[in-house]
Design a binder for this molecule. Sequence first.
Ligand code: PXL
Length: 263
Amino acid sequence: MRNYKIPTLTIAGSDSSGGAGVQADLKTFSAIGTYGMSVITAVTAQSTQGVFLVEELSEEIIKRQIEVVFDDIEPKAVKIGMVSSPEIIKIIVDTLKKYNPQYLVVDPVMISKGGYSLLKPEAKKNLIEYLIPMAYVITPNTLEAEEITGIKINNLDDMKEAGYKILELGPKYVLMKGGHLDGDAVDVLIGLDKFEVYREERLNIKNTHGTGCTLSSAITSYLALGKSIDESVKLSKEYITEAIRNSFDIGKGIGPVHHFYKF
Ligand code: PXL
């Protein structure tokens, strides 16, 4: 099912340690089998031990990266990760509107595993008002969904309630990720005409750096390859579960998932 002539694009931040952000996205695109491109929004000085410094790129360079890529190699599907500031969100939304990508996967990145804020508090408004409504699918974890909706999430019922509230903001689908709750790793896909529950065993594994980035990039790849939303989520959930199962110790902190476990 791989097709390296199918272009996919990530608009996200760089992780110098290679496990999350743009680096995870490009590895995932490659592993699933699409041609990966990247628009960088910010650079993080990061290792497996945490995020140490962040520098945002200018609105001008972000806009130009998007324009020149779309004008030359139009991606079949686009993923958005770390977007950092209200201005960055606005320029991305305004620039993408010209191209109107069919599949826009929004991973509402807010805080790193170590607790470093990757989205300024004042950017939340633009995320909700401009970016989420454009999404084909948005993939919040429970902490992000709580931030977006104000609903405290402790169980599957809370996930459903918050998921439907996010759906009202305008995306076509919401994938609520339950990985931060106890028990099996349960995700819920919600749409106007859709309600699916995906359950995988919980793996008690330390090395989970890049999990969210990897899942949303896998969904982006499968959509680009022509899979339905249900199939894309199902295959991506299987992929991330195996990538976590095969994750490894590299560095002194939280190691990365294994993007290339199949090879
Ligand atoms: O996992 C969220 C994330 C996204 N993007 C970048 C990151 C991280 C987590 O650390 O560094 C650039």
